[in-house]
Design a protein around this ligand. Sequence first.
Ligand SMILES: [Zn+2]
Length: 387
Amino acid sequence: METFLKQYTVAELCDGFVYNELEEKGLYGLSGRLTIQPEYQRNYLYAEDNGKKEVAVIDSVLKQYPLGLLYFNKLQDGRLEVLDGQQRITSLGRFLTDKFSVMSNELPYRFHALPKDLQTVIENTPLLVYECEGTESEIKQWFQTINIAGIPLNEQEELNAVYSGPFVTKAREVFSNSRNANVQKWSAYVRGSVKRQDFLNTALDWVSHGQVEEYMQSHRRDANIDELKFHFENVIAWVESIFSDYYSEMCGLKWGQLYDEFHEHPYNQKEMTRKAAELMDDPCVKNRKGVFEYLLGGEQDTRLLDVRVFDEATKRRVYKRQTEEARRRGVSNCPLCAMGHEARRTKLWGEKEMDADHVEAWSHGGSTSEDNCQLLCLTHNRAKGNR
Ligand SMILES: [Zn+2]
């Protein structure tokens, strides 16, 4: 791979700049010779957060702070693509085409409303660019390692760059497009940002059973994303077919894994929905996110719910009561030891040697209240094992 250091002014770079509102990206610069956002690049993010970042780019130029290096990829036909710097160039292009304002002397100014001398300062600001010529894989590998200024690429953005091709392009149209009407619905179950590729990452994770990179690699040349799309929609439809009420705790759960594990079990929607409502309402359930997996798994694993345990004051009162009673009757203060035949039958355990237990198991409807609390020696408590 060869690199050449070049210098362009802001005006040269932004000549012919077009911002596509629909796709939220900057398109061309250098009189059409530069593609600002090749398909493997991210959406434009600097306009988020009230444009704080894009305003900062212009402020830096006005103060003549360096904007950092830009990296272009030189194609065989002589055209250029931005490898790194598209957020900065798009900010400059958007400002020069009056898409946002900056503050000067406490007043907001669009570019063409700025005093002429300030306009000239901006237009003549030089920017340093590394232009690179090499094979596609060389350049992509390098792109993975530069990852310099601005918002660092996350894992999925990197994968999109490395495996760019018809599959990623198609998949992004569906899963990275904030204008897709389905995104609203999906965001009930998927956490994160469409633009930062979290929805695409989730869809890939579900369809590939966690093997995202392998999946992208093997489908790289496909122009068809049906499997990805249908599997994703199928998982969500499956969740909705089991739990007809929605809870915000359902957002971001590992639904793909739960689908893989449980989708062949039959469930009664009415029952499941009712049980979910009960558990979501149960003050003993500390981990409400665990309710759905607990129910799908047949209500076996109470650890998923992190059931509230008895507090120290309750334990102490029950210990005292239980020990006094045991002493009076000459038996062990652990009711299970007291029923045994060994030496432990009459053993009085210290407070630290015992732990609280639900007399009637919580999973069978027993409450976490003092009248359902008993202390057992640690051995028996562990052996009983339910909470
Ligand atoms: Zn015992």
